[in-house]
Design a protein around this ligand. Structure first.
Ligand code: AKG
Ligand code: FE2
Length: 267
């Protein structure tokens, strides 16, 4: 027997009293924080009802997750073995996580309501300084649920994309900390900062900042020039992170190579 589940509207998903998404002053405050820190964290953004629904959904979809382990550099390239082992271009980074894709998430999921909400997208546009945001043209990449199990991690890296939007719904038993160091390269100017990045990989340099994330938090993050990682998960409770991915141009698909790597299929 199928269970009746009322579709939640935006006001039932987001705490709009604390986070008035269409308020200009609130948008401006978030934009300034993002520009200054490279990250905006809205603590307990989700209502308790939405958080419980999303966690239940993520746990029920977990058997469908595709798990991968990758080796790459912080720049997401293939390690150049001919360089000295201490060089950031040869230093091998490991990333392991599982992903459930957009097409596997029910159409009435609060994740989809939030992702498609005009009010939410307008807020993001004003915070990010973008005119419009578009979903991926392929059926897999717009919304993903990521699972990090015991021992899994995302090693130090820079993102290809200029921004990411995530919603954490479950913290692990221990570990799984999001750490970051801002302004560790200047990709717009082609400055990869090999020496500074190599120093961090060797355990030196500045101590990274840590984002103390709680279930229900929304994070808007600029990861292209900010070196970041998720430390290994410890214990049996998984870390569960929902990723809302948008494009700034219409009709874009995630590359076939990336889809095969992260999802094991194209559609
Ligand atoms: O899991 C996270 O919080 C960050 C994920 C991340 O950095 C990435 O997917 O590139
Ligand atoms: Fe990242």
């Amino acid at each position: 027997m199928s269970q009746y589940r009322p579709t939640l509207g935006l006001q039932a998903i987001v705490d709009l009293d604390r986070f008035p998404l269409d308020n200009k002053a609130f948008q401006e405050e978030s934009r300034q924080t993002l520009d200054r820190d490279g990250v905006v964290q809205l603590s307990r953004f989700l209502t308790g009802t939405a958080l419980a629904a999303l966690n239940k959904e993520a746990l029920s979809l977990h058997p469908l997750a595709y798990f991968t382990q990758q080796h790459h550099t912080v720049y997401l390239d293939q390690p150049q073995q001919q360089l000295p082992p201490s060089d950031a271009r040869s230093w091998k980074i490991t990333s392991t996580k599982g992903a459930v894709t957009t097409d596997q998430i029910p159409s009435d999921s609060p994740l989809k309501t939030l992702y498609n909400s005009g009010q939410f997208q307008s807020y993001l546009c004003s915070v990010l300084g973008e005119k419009a945001l578009y979903p991926y043209a392929d059926p897999l990449s717009s919304i993903n649920i990521n699972y990090y199990q015991a021992g899994q991690e995302l090693g130090w890296h820079f993102d290809h994309s200029s921004f990411s939007i995530t919603l954490l719904t479950q913290t692990p038993t221990a570990g799984g900390h999001f750490q970051y160091l801002t302004s560790m390269r200047n990709s717009a100017k082609g400055d990869q900062n090999y020496s500074g990045v190599s120093e961090i990989l060797a355990g030196g340099g500045d101590s990274p900042g840590m984002l103390p994330q709680q279930p229900g938090d929304l994070v808007v993050f600029r990861g292209r020039d900010t070196l970041h990682r998720v430390t290994p998960i410890v214990g049996q409770r998984m870390r569960i992170l929902n990723v809302l991915a948008y494009n700034v141009e219409p009709n874009q698909s995630l590359s076939e190579h990336a889809r095969m790597t992260f999802f094991g299929r194209l559609g």
